[in-house]
Design a protein around this ligand. Structure first.
Ligand SMILES: [Zn+2]
Ligand SMILES: [Zn+2]
Length: 332
């Protein structure tokens, strides 16, 4: 997710990245029978059966609404925040709301593997400021507990930022410490580190930095990585080049290990290669370009993991249309 303001539409609730209007066809076939088949698709074979494309959806009006919003836009996976992005002190997750969420997931056939909650932007588990570090550590515990209550098993966070006052190495060490602490306090949810664009003093832009954190996490069965295509491109991985997606994944496999890859954030980039700017663009409208996304949706190493859009959307090319486009690029 970009920390910058995205999209032209004014948002009613700051907490949400999207208003979840949707209305597009649902990608039903290949899911459980309860999911309606795509409108107009009839009995045609569904393309991209192993690809779980979805979007970051709003939790405005209740976290369970994220599920139906995902169905409406044709998503087979989704991401959402777990509470307000404005405050460190969030009201506890309502148990009725959590129950409704779990029921909605069951009703629409969303398995936990295809749902990846996104952490609060307030957290900085690598902060050199002791009070922020402690608050972030506590919030990470709270986020993991929320996941458990929702019946989910993975949680995505931005590793952190050194704020320029400690070294990258010290920052990575703090992040590992916070994760180890959170893992001690909770029982099973997997912490999924997102690669960053390298904007400002954020860490995790280079795969080697993610590797360093993972090396220091005691329970490595509880850590994973989510690769954001915009962030990778802005950090210098040239996805726009021919074979760029493959080489990025090869490098990721060498440095980190593909078995750690839990999800992809599918975003085109407003900024150019290596610009270090975290500016998402609609699929095919940015500097990465459509052919890289064709490679993504046809890459067997990205089967059966959530592929989640966090794009601004433009009139006539909102999440529903972007999801439909991506499925149309699938060759089988
Ligand atoms: Zn993010
Ligand atoms: Zn971003």
């Amino acid at each position: 997710m970009s920390t910058k303001k995205r999209g032209q539409r004014k948002r009613k609730v700051e907490d949400d990245t999207r208003e979840g209007k949707g209305g597009g066809p649902a990608h039903g076939e290949g899911l459980k029978e309860k999911v309606p088949p795509r409108k107009g698709q009839g009995k045609r074979k569904m393309r991209g059966k192993a690809k779980y494309i979805g979007a970051h959806v709003s939790i405005s009006g209740g976290i369970w609404k994220a599920v139906k919003d995902s169905v409406d836009i044709g998503g087979r996976s989704f991401a959402m925040f777990l509470g307000s992005q404005r405050s460190w002190q969030r009201p506890p997750l309502d148990s009725k709301a959590a129950e409704k969420f779990r029921e909605a997931c069951a009703e629409h056939g969303f398995e936990p593997t295809y749902i990846l909650p996104h952490g609060s932007y307030l957290m900085n588990c690598g902060s050199p400021k002791q009070d922020i570090f402690e608050k972030s550590q506590a919030m990470l515990v709270d986020e993991l507990n929320r996941c458990s209550a929702l019946g989910l098993n993975q949680f995505n966070l931005h590793p952190g930022s050194s704020l320029g006052s400690i070294t990258t190495e010290q920052c990575l060490e703090k992040i590992a410490q916070a994760i180890n602490h959170a893992h001690q306090q909770t029982s099973s949810v997997i912490t999924v580190l997102e690669n960053m664009s390298g904007q400002g003093s954020t860490v995790g832009g280079q795969f080697s930095e993610l590797r360093t954190i993972i090396d220091r996490v005691r329970d490595q069965s509880r850590v994973g990585v989510c690769l954001d295509t915009c962030h990778a491109f802005a950090a210098g991985y040239d996805l726009s080049a021919k074979g760029g997606v493959k080489s990025m994944l090869d490098e990721f496999d060498q440095v980190v290990g593909l078995h750690y890859l839990r999800a992809i954030h599918l975003n085109d980039s407003k900024g150019k290669l290596g610009c270090h700017l975290d500016r998402h663009e609609d699929i095919g409208h940015g500097k990465i370009g459509l052919s890289a996304f064709r490679d993504v949706v046809n890459e067997p190493r990205l089967d059966n993991i959530p592929l989640i859009l966090e794009t601004p959307g433009r009139p006539g090319f909102e999440y529903a249309e972007q999801i439909a486009l991506l499925y149309s690029l699938c060759e089988n």
